[in-house]
Design a binder for this molecule. Structure first.
Ligand code: SAM
Length: 469
């Protein structure tokens, strides 16, 4: 409480703010338009006892009004039909207003709520570079990208402050690490708050990341700066200082009328900020019955006073031949239309092979994957990953078998099932009409191919189904 009392003078409705700060937060989900459409998700989930209500600012975002169990434990979630993202966290990408065909950067991307949202809006034209330095969080980012079926993406591991300047981006999202006060409804440990020194250190990192984002966007392009804290030192204070340092090369843009939030403040503890900071937005928990967020829209107008040396980044071209071989093999083994992968190329990077419609990408230092990871590379050649099967092989007509819940549970327990096939090898396994797993048939027995978290999450889903069956 002490942490928040300093905001009393700047919050629009103090009683509502306090009331919402400590009450549980309703779940919110964002429909993945790359895989389905809002009414489909609503119908499917309401058929299972959920009740959803759309938010007025985006028909893809629903508040979960009734949940018989966690929406994260539905088949639809596992299939990537939606992403659980709080309402306030959806605002920064809506403020960025991605347009089809654009080349966007998410400078601090994990776990990927906003990268996936950008890629969904871009649809089948444009692409996103997702950068993240933290190895564990990067793993979560990659899992989310795979689950949602994002193929127009390149993932880079690195410190955003050192992201290389190659070709300018059309838009950049700078969703910085912060004191996360706006997350208190989900994470009570936030109550402590950072020390004054900790806050100063955060603000320095935030300014450096914002300046970098501005260096990386083209002239006329947009940078959105976002935090999930109420602290002016990390919000208006950071934007104010960076815009002043830019000496006319950066403007604070007006806020789109249809998006929620209240104006940013123009003074704090005796310090005056630029008057245009009123165009930035503070989103308090009571505004959307959600977490807190701060969002600023900036436009780069011209050359910046801080120097950004241009680096030559050679292009990494995708492997067209490998993609053709994969398509031919899938047509032979699973009866899919061989033109399914037309326009796709393969990116063998590290242990995985991604499939993507992006013909080539700059070789960013720290580039770890491009496209949707469809295979793992091993001693025995390529092994099909479940996310590859889920995304590309729903239309399979041969070597695809429907299994009941009890069959899956047997396979998960390591018990194989009898299955005679003229040709042994990989098969696809369907549950409730969807390909969800890859199995292997050897000597007349079928067993399941495990694939880390993706398979563990499927098992959790089946165990829940068993419990409610
Ligand atoms: N955009 C993400 C989303 O919507 O899912 C949330 C990003 S979170 C607020 C901030 C991220 O910044 C964290 O994942 C953190 O690991 C990362 N980070 C920390 N230091 C960084 C740095 N120097 N450069 C880039 N990212 C950094």
């Amino acid at each position: 409480m002490e942490l928040f009392s300093r905001y009393r003078a700047i919050v629009d409705d103090w009683d509502a703010f306090l009331e919402h700060l400590f009450k549980p937060q309703p779940k919110v989900l964002r429909v993945n338009r790359l895989k389905t459409w809002p009414e489909d998700v609503r119908r499917r989930l309401e058929g299972q006892g959920f009740r959803l209500e759309p938010y007025p600012f985006d028909p893809h975002i629903f508040r979960v009004v009734e949940e018989p169990f966690s929406p994260g434990l539905t088949l639809e979630h596992w299939l990537g039909f939606f992403y659980i993202q709080e309402a306030a966290a959806a605002i920064p990408v809506l403020a960025l207003e991605p347009e089809r065909g654009q080349h966007l950067l998410d400078l601090a991307a994990a776990p990927g709520g906003k990268t996936t949202q950008m890629a969904e809006i871009l649809g089948d034209d444009g692409w996103v570079v997702a950068n993240e330095p933290d190895g564990q969080r990067l793993q979560a980012l990659r899992e989310n990208l795979g689950r949602l079926g994002i193929a127009r993406v390149a993932v880079v591991k690195g410190d955003g402050r050192r992201f290389p300047f190659g070709l300018p981006f059309d838009g950049v999202l700078v969703d910085v690490p912060c004191s996360a006060e706006g997350n208190i409804r989900k994470d009570p440990s936030v109550k402590e708050g950072p020390s004054p020194k900790g806050r100063r250190r955060l603000a320095t990192l935030q300014r450096e990341l914002l300046k970098k984002g501005l260096s990386l966007v083209k002239e006329g392009g947009r940078v959105v700066y976002a935090t999930c804290t109420f602290a002016p030192e990390e919000n208006e204070g950071v934007v104010d200082q960076v815009v002043r340092e830019a000496r006319g090369a950066v403007a604070i843009e007006e806020w789109p009328e249809h998006l929620p939030g209240m104006p940013g403040i123009t003074s704090w503890q005796g310090e005056d900020f630029l008057p245009e900071l009123q165009h930035t937005r503070r989103i308090y928990p009571h505004h959307l019955d959600s977490g807190g967020m701060y969002v600023a829209r900036l436009q780069r107008l011209g050359p910046l006073p801080w120097h950004e040396p241009k680096q030559d980044l050679p292009l990494l071209e995708g492997d067209i031949q490998l993609a053709k071989e994969v398509a031919a093999e899938w047509a032979r083994a699973f009866g899919i239309d061989p033109s399914l992968l037309e326009g796709y190329v393969a990116y063998p990077l590290g242990k995985e092979v991604g499939l993507s419609p992006l013909e080539a990408v700059p070789r960013f230092p720290g580039l770890i994957s491009v496209g949707l990871p469809a295979f793992k590379r091993g001693e025995k050649g390529l092994r099909l990953l479940p996310q590859g099967a889920v995304h590309f092989l729903q239309g399979a007509s041969t070597r695809v078998f429907h299994l009941e819940l009890s069959d899956f549970l047997s396979l998960f327990e390591g018990r194989d099932l009898p299955l005679e096939l003229p040709e042994e090898g990989d098969v696809l396994l369907r549950y409730r009409g969807f390909v969800v797993a890859v199995g292997r048939v050897q000597r007349g027995r079928l067993h399941l191919l495990w694939e880390g978290k993706r398979t563990r999450d499927l098992l959790a889903l089946f165990e829940k189904e068993k419990g409610t069956a």
